[in-house]
Write a protein that binds this ligand. Structure first.
Ligand code: SAM
Length: 317
């Protein structure tokens, strides 16, 4: 949804020297389009994955004067040194400058590179090791998904599967704990076999996708990171600055939708404040009443885009 992202962030209307943050730079595709759309803007790309940082640096190399790529987690994007500098923040806890950031993009989830590279262990293709750590490069080793399945309590595993909307979360947690005593979890086959035991048949691709995604979300603490990242973004945006979020499943989309709704409400005081202190002024407005979806043409060219939902929000003056 590159065109929709660029249209929502409208870099061509931003003042010369404006800064945009691509908080999930991945391979640098969206950043490159933002830079191409307006000669006068700068982009700071952030990713927690060192492989993505290297790929984006290479892709955006030709824009070297206007593009900076840094490793970091968007849940603390305001602490990334390049962002602090661009946003005019002084020392720790400093104040955002009057200029702020003109636009922020969060294209959530996993990249095609991460999914397709078996070293990274994200896929449920047979024989894939249970990796899934977004913050680790391919060569870094470590098998956080296997560690989670082998070491978490049954209650914790139940919470992981339930959060991922697996209906049989309780039984699956029990089977994982039973199986790992004799055969520790190492590859995707182990998790698929545990699912087959619970379902009484080979799980469908959709079922596998849901359970593997639940594990990935837990390994990377994705939902908490998203909630914190949205608040960081709100703090960094300049007046009339825009935040665009692309999400790929309902758990993420729900968080984005609720945050945008809260920020756009006329009273934004926390519930424990008895007398309104914000004087009923919304923090901004939601630009997308309904999330935008990819066109049929885009979905046929890129199957992974089919679940994308784009929401956009603009900060008030
Ligand atoms: C869907 S891909 C982004 C693709 C990118 N828009 C492009 O054009 O190539 C998502 C990226 O976000 C990164 N990511 C996910 N959660 C993150 C987080 N909390 N902080 C920083 N990066 C994150 C992943 O490592 C991955 O590279």
């Amino acid at each position: 949804m590159v065109d929709e992202v660029v249209a929502a962030l409208r870099p061509e209307q931003a003042p010369e020297g404006s800064v945009f943050i691509d908080a999930t730079v991945g391979g640098g595709g969206h950043s490159a389009h933002l830079l191409d759309a307006a000669d006068g803007v700068r982009v700071i790309g952030i990713d927690q994955d060192p492989d993505a940082v290297s790929a984006a640096k290479e892709r955006l190399g030709c824009h070297s004067e206007r593009a900076t790529v840094a490793r970091g987690n968007f849940r603390r994007m305001g602490s990334v040194p390049e962002v602090r500098q661009a946003a005019g923040r002084g020392g720790r806890g400093g104040v955002v400058s009057r200029q702020g950031v003109q636009g922020i993009l969060m294209d959530l989830g996993v990249s095609s590179y991460q999914m397709d590279n078996s070293d990274r262990g994200f896929s449920f293709r047979a024989g894939t090791r249970l990796g899934m750590g977004m913050g680790m490069g391919g060569g870094a080793g470590g098998e956080p998904a296997a560690d989670l399945l082998n070491n978490s309590s049954e209650k914790e595993l139940g919470r992981v599967f339930r959060q991922g909307e697996e209906r049989r979360w309780r039984a699956l947690a029990r089977v994982v704990v039973m199986r790992r005593c004799t055969r520790p979890f190492k590859t995707s086959d182990d998790l698929t076999a545990a699912m087959a035991r619970v379902f009484g048949r080979t799980p469908s691709v959709k079922e596998q996708a849901r359970v593997f995604q639940a594990v990935r979300i837990a390994v990377n603490d994705e939902l908490a990171a998203l909630a914190e990242g949205l608040d960081e973004a709100l703090d960094l945006l300049a007046a009339r600055g825009r935040l665009v979020v692309l999400s790929y499943h309902s758990l993420e989309d729900r968080i984005v939708k609720r945050r945008f709704r809260e920020w756009s409400a006329s009273c934004v005081c926390p519930p424990n404040v008895l007398v309104c202190q914000c004087r009923g002024r919304p923090l901004g407005r939601t630009l997308t009443r309904k999330p935008l979806r990819p066109s049929a043409r885009e979905v046929s060219a890129n199957r992974r885009a089919r679940s994308a939902r784009l929401r956009a929000w603009e900060k008030a003056v």
